[in-house]
Write a protein that binds this ligand. Sequence first.
Ligand code: NG6
Ligand code: CA
Length: 522
Amino acid sequence: MNRREFLSKVSKAAILTSLSQLSCISSKIDRPNIVLVYTDDLGYGDVSCYGAHRVQTPNIDRLAREGIRFTSAYSTAATCTPSRYSLLTGEYAWRRQGTGIAPGDASLIIPTDKATLPRMLHRAGYTSAVIGKWHLGLGHGKPDWNGELSPGPLEIGFDYCFLIPATGDRVPCVYVENHRVAGLDPADPITVSFAGPLAGVPTGRNFPEQLKVGADDQHSDTIVNGISRIGYMKGGESARWVDEDMADVLTEKARSFIEKNRTTPFFLYFALHDIHVPRVPHPRFVGTTDMGARGDAIVQADWCVGEILRTLDTLNLAENTIFIFSSDNGPVLNDGYMDQAVERVGDHQQTGPLRGGKYSSFEAGTRVPFLLRWPAKVEPGESSALISQVDLFAACATLINHSLKPEEAPDSIDVLLALIGQDKIGRAHLVQEAAGGFLSLRLNQWKYIAPSKGAKYNATKGIETGRDTDPQLYDVEKDIGERENVAAENPHVVRQMQQLLEDIRQKGERFVKHQSHIDANM
Ligand code: NG6
Ligand code: CA
């Protein structure tokens, strides 16, 4: 039975049974801990439980074995900032200006009075932390790297943060702990510039012989730890991170947060740097694959997952902890550094069977690995339910018995039953955002890509953008690789999807009538 037939057969009785099961679930559970390990740029085919064979990811695979492996789960966007914005607010990022890839000196993008997932959980008694990559801006105006970095995560509801402020490839290359740059010596203040070079500071452009890894022009500004970055910085020597130690530093912070908060319900948003560029894994992971730094960074990410699993086991917390593993967008091999990712990829399929990649409108931009383990409630298995990361907000609301107000999380659908394996359908539809804000829509077996101008292929990244001046329609159930555009044969489907996308632009997904049928007469 395909998705459409199934939907038409779902009876009222079945829905009622699910609802009563759910109320039974929420009455019996004591608020479970929630751990979200969010990898960066990890593709659908990059881990062994999704088909990779040139890299082994035993810890991530353990989550798949002991939990549910989702095959139709999506980030809301094909780049980092908008995906993270949606995850934390329950709102599609394209509704808000300024949510594209954030510059290294962006101010906080999430308004402090907005409903957020950590704030909702905080009100329900959770202690929450974001550890790792932030990339949602800090402060009002330009961040004051030598002073109070506020507002930031703590002003949108987190209780603790330890951050890579933007990305590993952007300055300033320092960690931020709560409101301050960690380990900063006031006698050696930080200067940051994205406008132009700083006098006396070597860049990759001028001193290529100082580099551990070659880079393209955009990544050829200030050299920190032998790696040139986007942007210029000076000072702050004692606070600078060492890329090779980043996974260890972040994992230790995550472990200690869990240990400290073992007796209260906690929400840990652990946003790994891996496998974003620059890929500079610790020497103990170098050479663990034959794919170069990108493969070795996947092994390192798997190690991070293993450490968190081990911590939960040791503290006897695993049983009532919801452990979610996913990625913020799809994969890219060449994202600015000459780290052999392209040369050594061989037959590894970072996108699995999907077309496109990071930045793209095609499926590989946003369809990502998604695993959920919750030993107390969830039977292991596999699910093709359609879910989006924007849904975690509404699902968590149900979990803690919070009813969403109309202005809260407008695009978040309560897919809790799908997440725990009791509903195989999930959402009826979802919107996908490619780099540049181009939108696509999934509905049943269909994927509609709205027409747009621009290059179809990004030669530097080696990725098909998915752009076309004609509408594109793919039947991703029969044609997961989006090879055959069937828009011309199905004009009524295209019309209906255009209309639905327009409706969703006007109002949040929660307020749009869920359409699970294509009307042949439209
Ligand atoms: C791009 C960078 C890329 C990466 C990306 C953000 C250039 C040419 N490319 O602008 O290297 O940093 O931003 O990636 O500057 S993301 O995963 O955080 O969205
Ligand atoms: Ca990313």
